[in-house]
Design a protein around this ligand. Structure first.
Ligand code: F6R
Length: 257
């Protein structure tokens, strides 16, 4: 039987960032070589910043960490500040002083997005797989850019962006042509990570997190597939779980201090 999902309830977004960073620190300190794959989006920014603060006080603590990311817009080069590669550079690689050889970025402007997906899947495999996958939760249950109806066996692949995702991300996409497609680690790719940390913040995610814990496991709500993974930790702030009686099955709930 799959062990229960660990749910840590943090009082505030600041607590969420602190506990998220502490979780990542434990992953970083657990092995001689660690592959972390980062989500972008608003939720993990503060946790990355907490991690950078710790790293600045602990020089040489990250030399064994290799950094991947979940997804990228098709057609966007890493020089485009709207790209996810630029986000990772800004929020992770620069503040954590990650050497170039430890960064494994999607090439959004690759001539063939399909070939880029194959290259990225191969890069993950050739580097020994992902030890810890950091995720956010989309309001429609997407993880990465795996929108509803993405199959369980999907690997890195190209997706057409839905109006819902485009409108959620619109504010970050100003200043250039709107992308129509993205490349993302697939559901199977995500589930192969040895450990998964999903961070969820804010009242606007309350319905999604309730659905995450209660929906039937199916591609209708892609995040539900995580419930079959043996090592998933969800950290949510109080606003994200407000209004639920938390009568969720298969979940071990902890109050984070
Ligand atoms: C980002 C990503 C997305 C986000 C999700 C939540 O790389 O893959 O799935 O994690 O859309 O985004 P925020 O954190 O902005 O609410």
């Amino acid at each position: 039987m799959t062990p229960p999902i660990e749910l840590w309830i943090c009082k505030t977004p600041e607590d969420l960032a602190r506990h998220g960073a502490a979780f990542l620190r434990r992953q970083i300190q657990s092995r001689p070589r660690v592959n972390l794959s980062c989500a972008t989006g608003a939720t993990p920014v503060a946790a990355y910043s907490e991690l950078a603060q710790w790293a600045s006080q602990n020089p040489n603590s990250l030399h064994h960490v290799h950094w991947f990311h979940l997804d990228e817009y098709v057609g966007m080069s890493s020089r485009d500040p709207r790209s996810y590669a630029a986000y990772i550079q800004r929020h992770v690689l620069d503040p954590l002083l990650v050497p170039t050889e430890n960064a494994h970025l999607w090439r959004g402007d690759a001539a063939s997005p399909q070939d880029e997906c194959t290259r990225y899947d191969t890069a993950i495999r050739d580097n020994g797989g992902i030890d810890c996958q950091i995720l956010g939760l989309g309001m429609n249950g997407h993880i990465g850019f795996n929108e509803p109806d993405t199959p369980l066996d999907s690997r890195c692949h190209v997706v057409a962006l839905t109006p819902c995702t485009l409108s959620h991300n619109a504010i970050h996409l100003e200043g250039g042509a709107m992308p129509t497609h993205a490349m993302t680690a697939g559901i199977a790719t995500i589930l192969e990570a040895r450990r998964i940390l999903m961070l969820v913040s804010g009242a606007k995610k309350a319905a999604a997190i309730n659905r995450f814990f209660t929906a039937e496991i199916s591609s209708e709500f892609p995040a539900s597939f995580l419930r079959n993974h043996a090592h998933v930790t969800v950290m949510a702030d109080a606003a994200a779980i407000a209004g639920h009686d938390q009568d969720w099955k298969g979940i071990r709930i902890h109050e984070a201090e």
